[in-house]
Design a protein around this ligand. Sequence first.
Ligand code: ADP
Ligand code: MG
Length: 256
Amino acid sequence: MAKIFCVANQKGGVGKTTTTVNLAASLAAQKQRVLVVDLDPQGNASMGSGIDKMGLQQSVYHVLIGMSDVLTARVKSETGGYDVLPANRELAGAEVELVEFDEREERLKNALAPVLNEYDFILIDCPPALSLLTLNGLCAANGVIVPMQCEYFALEGLSDLVNTIKQVHANLNPNLTIIGLLRVMFDPRTTLQQQVSDQLMEHFGDKVFNTIIPRNVRLAEAPSYGMPGVTFDKASRGAQAYMQFGAEMIQRIKTM
Ligand code: ADP
Ligand code: MG
């Protein structure tokens, strides 16, 4: 049975999509069966997996509103080695249309039920907001992976997310926990980043992943080739860090 993880942080540009596609590629390279769900109307996870988001007949949008299903709408990422339930701008409409539905927070969870046995991991790339789409992700998930940059305001932003996760846990999804905080775009030479990282460890203890993802230009270049950094340049420091993160996740789920 697949373990389902949301990659969430309501801030934009913190490395959610980079983490989703590179963790997916890393897990796939380590013989795991992976589905990526692109829940962001920007469709960056789809594009970064080599999928032409504009040419889609069906997408996660059609699945959420009940006009398609995961089996029909999923596509293969040839560059990543995993499957993708892709998204494009149409998904922005779901935010409004879903309000009319019963159990509107549970649309994604219900839609994924038929494929749970086909995957080891399902990774959901969330949009940069605590919106109905993100709620659908959180309701479907066993756990949340929170990528964060070790900057001054990072801890402050975390409390909104932690509160949302607590509410979802209490009202909608008792299985939900924060699996861990992932330090990304890390530059160890920056004293401030090192200090924030130390603070994180103090506050969150073993909720902070051992793996640290460095700032690495190859990870930023890869999406323009429609590839995750992990397959774009295997030897790069960024790719190696995400390979290590995949191994850490495989260990983590053994105790879940
Ligand atoms: P989000 O999905 O949270 O908005 P992205 O994953 O799109 O964030 O990352 C934001 C920007 O930072 C992108 O241009 C991406 O290529 C870049 N980026 C992400 N992680 C790294 C990293 N470890 N090193 C260098 N650039 C990165
Ligand atoms: Mg993104």
